[in-house]
Design a protein around this ligand. Structure first.
Ligand code: HEL
Length: 413
């Protein structure tokens, strides 16, 4: 289902396509095109990506793009394989590591309040937590601490590993201990090495510095000020409040049925990955963050100091940057938690945001495919098309104002 709504009541029925000049790439690989100068999102392209993700095994796939005055909604497939309820783009889901940006925001706010020095050792705030006093808060938030990722062992067998922790409740210190059983991957600051342990340490820091739970820090500092009414931190409760898409974990071996992974504590991740949200709220969050509404410009600049990860991605402080093929860079995070993959990104000025989700995981093809939504949403159509070609796709609904009507279910294709 595809729909688009415009702020002042006009209905989008067709777009006129034009070739857009590709902005010059800066030496860092990053380009910062103002969102007003971006090409129109290619909604047909987004829909095609979701269709492919479904064909590759995702029960449902959905995306929401928020542009000034315009919202685009695209959804395909099922929220629930038993009841056959169709996905709605308003459905809540588990965001996985998108949580890391929320945790980083809290710590950067604490830095703004002079309660935290990013270059101080973690051990200054939580004495003797880590075996190396050289590991700083900045190393942790940029995945350069060298702390081993305990989830590599925990989920070596995806389904058995998940079932072993589905209902478990860990303390942060339990998780740090698991990490410290293994040698560190690099000396502090020497290399980027993604690890959930870093953002477990971030959670501990938040609790230590605020004297309250991460839940209340998220709620008071982010969820409530931004009115994120679909966003929750319920750990260790296993349920998703309200209307949500069920999440389905793919087995490592071909053949077995998908495992319904919706119900879990996510205690293995907590401040590294346990937030629940919706596409609308994630777009609001990243737009506010990059728009400078969550911290000082000096702290945001620190968040946006990126370490190169590979030719198209870089990591700041709890923030990913992806450099798209059209030369545009977008900022946000990805998430992989049993049952869900998420891409949530925005432009440098926070003007255009997109969240794309599928309700399956442990399916690398689907994960790679879903990245294509970024290209369509931010780069627009890449080839010249006839003027006046319609946005609509087979069986789609275009221009249903304010309604995300699941009038077509792709579950039985
Ligand atoms: S992994 C990532 C993603 N991050 C990291 C974090 C998150 N999620 C996890 O650490 C979960 C790992 C297990 C997920 C599970 C599945 O797909 O459901 N996979 C297995 O069990 C595989 N044996 C770097 C991809 C991120 O994008 O930041 O979220």
């Amino acid at each position: 289902m595809v729909s688009a709504t415009m702020g002042r009541g006009a209905v989008l029925g067709a777009v006129v396509l034009s070739l857009v000049a590709v902005p010059a790439r800066a030496a860092t690989g990053e380009t910062n095109t103002p969102s007003a100068a971006l090409p129109t999102p290619d909604i047909t392209g987004v829909d095609g990506v979701l269709h492919t993700a479904r064909a590759q095994g995702a029960p449902g796939a959905w995306a929401r793009i928020d542009d000034p005055g315009m919202t685009y909604l695209v959804s395909r497939g099922l929220a629930d394989r038993n009841t056959k309820r169709a996905i709605s783009t308003a459905d809540r889901f588990r965001v996985g590591s998108v949580t890391k940006t929320f945790s980083a925001v809290v710590l950067l706010q604490l830095a703004d309040e002079h309660k935290l020095d990013l270059d101080a050792p973690v051990n200054r705030y939580v004495p003797k937590l880590l075996p190396d006093d050289r590991i700083t808060v900045r190393h942790v938030l940029s995945h350069r601490s060298g702390l081993y990722d305990y989830t590599d062992d925990m989920f070596a067998k995806s389904v058995a590993g998940f079932e072993a922790v589905r209902n478990k409740v860990f303390t942060y210190r339990d998780l740090v201990k698991l990490s410290l059983k293994k040698p560190r991957t690099n000396a502090p600051g020497a290399a980027y090495s993604y690890s959930n342990t870093n953002f477990v340490v971030a959670g501990l820091l938040i609790e230590k510095l605020t004297g309250h739970s991460v839940k209340s820090a998220y709620e008071n500092r982010i969820f409530k000020p931004l009115k994120l009414s679909d966003t929750f931190y319920v750990h260790p409760d296993t349920r998703i409040p309200g209307r949500y898409a069920r999440g389905y974990l793919t087995s490592d071996q071909a053949g077995p049925a998908l495992v319904d992974a919706t119900s879990q504590t996510v205690s293995w991740a907590q401040s590294a990955g346990a937030i629940i949200s919706s596409a609308k709220d994630l777009n609001t969050f990243y737009s506010a963050l990059l728009g400078g509404r969550l911290m000082s410009s000096a702290r945001l600049a620190e968040m946006e100091r990126f370490t190169k990860v590979n030719s198209t991605t870089a990591y700041g402080l709890g923030l990913r940057r992806r450099d798209l093929s059209c030369g545009i860079s977008v900022y946000g995070h990805t998430g992989a938690v049993q049952g869900y993959y998420t891409y949530a990104f925005t432009t440098k000025d926070g003007g255009r945001s997109m969240t794309a989700v599928v309700n399956t995981s442990n399916n690398g093809k689907v994960l790679d495919t879903l990245a294509g939504t970024l290209e369509s949403a931010f780069c627009g159509k890449r080839t010249k098309a006839p003027r006046g070609s319609a946005v609509g796709v087979r069986g789609s609904t275009v221009g249903v104002r304010g309604v995300d009507r699941a009038d077509r279910v792709d579950g039985e294709e």
